[in-house]
Write a protein that binds this ligand. Sequence first.
Ligand SMILES: [Zn+2]
Length: 96
Amino acid sequence: MVIVAYISELSLWEVAINQEKPMKCAVCRHGETALGCITATLGQQETIVVVREVPAQVCRQCGEYYLDETIANRVFALASHSVQRHAQVEIVHYIA
Ligand SMILES: [Zn+2]
């Protein structure tokens, strides 16, 4: 399963941070989440970073996803490397 979401500010990611266990989706309020892999796209200033193969809890119903805090922090770290290098578009794999 691949979901691409454009998030314009890194701070918005805090909303998506959540626990590892399956849970009720906070967006559609019906779906249960299941562990899956997503493609996260983050934008900051002139840089767009696509992070592939990010483990996340994904809603079976609407596709909303929730990242564990540790995973989200790693995604931020990967993205900020690209921002520091002033890359325009960069595709990285979550798994080092
Ligand atoms: Zn949902």
